[in-house]
Design a protein around this ligand. Structure first.
Ligand code: GDP
Length: 874
């Protein structure tokens, strides 16, 4: 029994002829060739959206007659205002009233059902549609206006050119006549003038393209940017005027230009450029001036205009003609910039990679000194509850050499232990998200993965995931079979299960070390440390011991008293107090270094984690750091990176906005979105949460993280959440008083967490709430018509056999012929022998009378179904 809906079925269901439905589907952009094709639920929704839209159009007039044209929403908001100070302080309640009037756009359906009234969301959607339509209209009229303007200019230009040519011709004749009298001086004048003109440093305008297009321009068909056209005209004019200047006195020139009734032009450049000599002092430029414009990853329209020596507005216009809407201050990406540069007749070249960055690379390259063995860096992974945290805690509390008796180790994201076989560094953030997000950022920190598997549980999904992560990163595994203190522990089972995932224990003939231990009692932990040292020896890990340090940020946070704090893992060289460093987009001088005991240290060598104080801001986990010789370079690199990051972000944001609009237009009916503001105590958690939460998006709902970052929830976070109707998530951070006020006034959803899995769970719940209920049909029984009796009293009664499920009198039914719905309705009667019954089960005969349907035939199927509400979930 199939629950899939064919077009035929759907047509019967919606009471529409099959052909009409096919037509409507085609109009909605979904072509079907046969009515027996299956319509998916997405397609149904799409059709529904289409029908709603078109339906609105045709019935607009009628609707307008009965429904109000404006919907006015009054909202009032209460605020407290404190006036006066000291003793006179008073708190006054202020009510802010806001009136919003929504006018449904004309000629376009707003998706509002006048019968059911407007919900706020609907009103907003109507508003968005209206704005979109308005902006489209604006664009259209702007385009029209520009086209007309172009045409007008081209005509004017042609007119002026004709005039100028005539003038030039006349002057040339005059000049030729004069040349007979005054010889020798003819070329000197322009030659002297030329450098003067250039000396102003005024950039020349791209005159060439217009010249080439002259005939086209004469016809009024401007192909290029109008500025080019104008420049071309100016050139012609100046040529003409210049030709005239050759043999005229200053007085003559003054007289002429006033006689021509034109304002004195400020066009020395063109004038002098034209005067490159020749018997008549003039030569037409034979090629357009093509500039080479260096374009980086992104550039603002204003900067590009400056490089092109054009007005910003001209570049905006050129972009507009290419279909790109941008303002002068906006940033456009490399590709768009290249297109517009070429469109304007110039050549785009890739901007040289950042200079400061290349200095830095050279700087780092000359650090290379003597290499020596370095300690291994270990990450612990495994399934939840298998004991990762317990193992890390056990090692930290028992093995980290504390400076003083009773000293407390701190969580700084990593720690190192000294064992008889050497030093080992552990990254202190267990879990896969941290590992993968680091790897995704290109940071290779881990040398060895310790995979924790609980001996009383076995290989679980995250165990397999960890194996895959380690393999993908080409990092060797050591298996820690944990909880062997438990009576239910079965280490051999674990080894066998791991075998299925190509992780073969040494005693099974493989090369993976497996250590049985208990993170609770500490039994076997030393064996694990030995195994790690052994693996490290095999890996022959080496690094430069002295010299300028490089490494990676493991964790970072903003400390109220100490400012930005970053835990870094030194990977090469030695990081010392007083060093200048660049760290992601931050820079600074190392003010202090602390180890995992909170002890101030002077320096840290390879594979050793330290906390760094003194940076200009909070870097991101996964950022690299480099020690440089002087602050100037550190600052330059950091600032350049920051500028680049900002530009990329702008470009991305523009892209996202576009995507949003497209998504809204294309699938307004289908995809919902859940906006989130995510704040956490450390950057690592922010990254992990961002990744995990956005990964929850699917075709039904999109999870947008509109704001994220390290630190408490501030008023601006809350305001952002209010604007975007976002849920606020505080991970180990809290909202401050002003943020709480905004949360309360706006009735925002604010939730605190300390466990990532809880966040994911709850976000799933919230998302499900947004998705709402879905009505599903479930077929509960099918009866086959074996015979048809006709009685004057009951009409047609079908003698049936229930072949599947159960037929219930109270449920709706459909009559199917050749698997096609021919009727949908209710049962009139359901009988077993002469008895009226409520339900008939499978393999039982019964008599069915269908209400208002008498055409039942032998061989038909009567399908009994029910509609159930199902909570949509992620
Ligand atoms: P994680 O989710 O992998 O970090 O696991 P935890 O370290 O939080 O441990 C989960 C539970 O297992 C905790 O209740 C621990 O006390 C317990 N546990 C961890 N290691 C051992 C062990 O070796 N023996 C026993 N009996 N319990 C353990």
């Amino acid at each position: 029994m199939s629950q899939q809906t064919t077009i035929r079925k759907l047509a019967a269901l919606v009471n529409t002829p099959v052909e009409k439905l096919l037509e409507q589907l085609a109009e909605a952009g979904m072509k079907f060739s046969s009515p027996d094709q299956v319509v998916t639920s997405t397609e149904k929704v799409k059709l529904l959206g289409f029908l709603r839209r078109t339906h609105g159009k045709s019935e607009k007039a009628a609707e307008e007659a009965v429904s109000p044209k404006k919907i006015t929403l009054n909202r009032s908001r209460k605020q407290e205002l404190t006036v006066g100070g000291g003793k006179n302080r008073q708190t006054v309640d202020v009510v802010v009233r806001k009136k919003v009037t929504v006018v449904p756009p004309t000629g376009k359906d707003d998706g509002v059902d006048p019968a059911s009234g407007l919900s706020r969301e609907e009103a907003e959607r109507a508003e968005i549609l209206r704005k979109l339509e308005e902006s489209r209209q604006r664009n259209l009229s702007e385009q029209q206006r520009l086209a007309e303007e172009d045409k007008r200019r081209a005509e004017e230009a042609a007119e002026r050119r004709r005039e100028a040519e005539a003038e030039a011709e006349r002057l040339r004749k005059e000049a030729a006549a004069a040349a007979a009298v005054v010889t020798g001086d003819a070329t000197a004048a322009p030659a002297r003038r030329a450098p003067h003109g250039h000396g102003h440093g005024q950039p020349a305008k791209p005159a060439g393209p217009a010249r080439d297009d002259r005939s086209a321009a004469n016809k009024g068909k401007a192909q290029r940017g109008s500025h080019a056209m104008v420049a071309g005209v100016e050139d012609d004019e100046s040529t003409a005027r210049f030709a005239g200047q050759l043999h005229l006195s200053a007085a003559d020139r003054a007289r002429r230009s006033t006689a021509r009734g034109r304002p004195k032009p400020r066009r020395n450049v063109e004038q002098s450029r034209g005067g490159s000599g020749g018997p008549h002092g003039f030569e037409r430029p034979t090629a357009p001036v093509v500039r080479e414009i260096a374009v980086g990853d992104a550039i603002t329209v204003a900067d590009l205009a400056q490089k092109l020596a054009l007005k910003g507005g001209d570049v905006v216009k050129a972009l507009f003609k290419m279909g790109v809407m941008a303002t002068i201050t906006q940033t456009i990406d490399h590709d768009t910039a290249v297109l517009v540069v070429e469109e304007l007749g110039h050549k785009a070249v890739r901007a040289e990679s950042d200079d400061a960055e290349s200095v830095l690379v050279a700087h780092v390259a000359d650090v290379q000194g003597e290499q020596a063995a370095r300690p291994p860096v270990v990450t612990i992974m495994g399934h939840v509850d298998h004991g990762k945290t317990s193992l890390l805690d056990y090692i930290r509390t028992t093995k980290v050499a504390t400076g003083e008796a009773g000293g407390i180790t701190q969580h700084i994201g990593a720690y190192h232990v000294e064992t008889p076989k050497g030093v080992i560094s552990f990254l202190d953030t267990p879990g896969h998200a941290a590992f993968t997000s680091m790897r995704a950022r290109g940071a290779r920190l881990t040398d060895i993965v310790v995979l924790v598997v609980a001996a009383d549980d076995g290989v679980m999904p995250q165990t397999i995931e960890a194996i895959q992560h380690a393999r993908a990163a080409k990092v060797p595994l050591i298996v820690a079979i944990n909880k062997i203190d438990k009576s239910t522990a079965d280490p051999n089972r674990i080894k066998n299960e791991l075998l299925e995932h190509q992780v073969v224990a040494e005693d099974f003939g493989g090369d993976t070390q497996m250590v049985e231990l208990s993170a609770k009692t500490g039994m076997g932990v030393d064996d694990l440390l030995d195994a790690i040292s052994l693996q490290a020896e095999v890996l022959e890990l080496r690094a430069v011991q002295d010299g300028r340090a490089t490494g990676t940020v493991i964790e970072s946070s903003l400390d109220k008293g100490r400012g930005p704090v970053a835990t870094v893992l030194v990977q090469q060289g030695r990081l010392n107090r007083g060093d200048y460093l660049v760290c992601g987009v931050q820079y600074g001088r190392v003010r202090a270094l602390f180890d995992e005991n909170g002890q101030a240290v002077d320096g840290a060598g390879p594979s050793i984690p330290v906390q760094v104080l003194g940076l200009s801001g909070v870097p991101d986990a996964g950022d690299d750091f480099v020690v440089v010789d002087d602050e100037r370079l550190a600052k330059d690199v950091a600032q350049q990176r920051e500028a680049k990051r900002r530009e990329t972000r702008l470009v991305q944001a523009a892209g996202n906005r576009m995507e949003d609009i497209m998504a809204q237009m294309g699938q307004a009916e289908q995809q919902l979105s859940l906006n989130l503001v995510v704040k956490a105590d450390v950057q690592g958690s922010v990254e992990a949460l961002k990744q995990a939460l956005t990964a929850l998006s699917n075709e039904q709902i999109r999870i947008n993280i509109i704001v994220s970052g390290v630190g408490g929830i501030t008023e601006s976070d809350a305001n952002a959440a209010a604007t975007a109707k976002a849920t606020i998530i505080g991970f180990n951070v809290r909202a401050d008083a002003s943020a709480r006020r905004v949360v309360e006034t706006n009735g925002l959803d604010l939730r605190y967490f300390s466990i990532i899995y809880d966040v994911i769970d709850q976000v799933k719940q919230v998302a499900s709430g947004i998705l709402g209920m879905e009505i599903r049909e479930e077929i509960i029984g099918i009866a086959e018509v074996r015979d048809v009796f006709r009685s004057s009293k009951f009409g047609a009664v079908a003698g049936c056999m229930v072949v599947e499920g159960v037929v219930k009198r109270s449920k709706p039914i459909r009559v199917l012929r050749d698997n096609t719905v021919v009727f949908e309705g209710e049962l009139e009667s359901l009988r077993r022998f002469k008895e009226n019954v409520d339900e008939v089960r499978v393999h039982t005969e019964c008599g069915i009378g269908v209400k208002a349907y008498n055409d039942v035939k032998v061989g038909d199927q009567i399908e009994c179904f029910e509609r159930i509400e199902v909570q949509r979930t992620l």
